[in-house]
Design a binder for this molecule. Structure first.
Ligand SMILES: [Cu+2]
Length: 161
């Protein structure tokens, strides 16, 4: 009698563990997008009256089991929208110095279970040819295009730069 009890408890424990494991491995809950890519904390710099370009940022999380990639962006707020990365380049004045520059990127991979942060000094969305000034408190639509997840549109809040 005393010997059976711990065995039965152990079996119950193993069964519920198996259920939990099965749960986490199954299809995502209805609230989550099927592809596993989510875009959060989207925001953009406010622009001065003279500026024709701005930048937008966001956090991209890949909760899926396969890698995806950011392959482009668009927004009604600007004529041209590109994904850029900030790089350190040789100064053009031949002084041997280094300076910050940026260049368009065609594809940024986001590993399964990983995330990509678009932020100042790193990857960012360049808004070229702003349709109107970006004022703090405004929101703009920002669409990020992914290789597998397709287009995801979020509202980016304009913050004081
Ligand atoms: Cu840029």
């Amino acid at each position: 009698m005393h010997v059976l009890r711990p065995t039965r408890l152990a079996l119950v424990g193993a069964a519920s563990l198996a259920l939990l494991a099965g749960c986490s491995g199954s299809a995502p809950s209805p609230a989550a997008p099927a592809a596993g890519i989510t875009v959060t904390d989207a925001w953009a710099h406010s622009s001065s009256a003279m500026a024709s370009a701005g930048a937008a940022y966001a956090t991209i999380t890949n909760a899926g089991s396969a890698a995806d990639a950011l392959i482009g962006a668009s927004s009604p707020a600007a004529a041209t929208v590109e994904v850029h990365e900030t790089v350190v380049v040789d100064s053009p004045d031949a002084s041997g110095g280094r300076m910050m520059g940026m260049q368009p990127v065609v594809r940024v991979e986001i590993p399964a279970g990983g995330s990509l942060q678009l932020k100042p000094g790193s990857y960012h969305v360049m808004l070229i040819g702003l349709v109107k000034d970006l004022k703090a408190g405004d929101t703009i639509d920002l669409t990020l295009k992914f290789e597998k997840a397709g287009a995801i549109t979020v509202m980016a809040q304009v913050r004081e730069s």
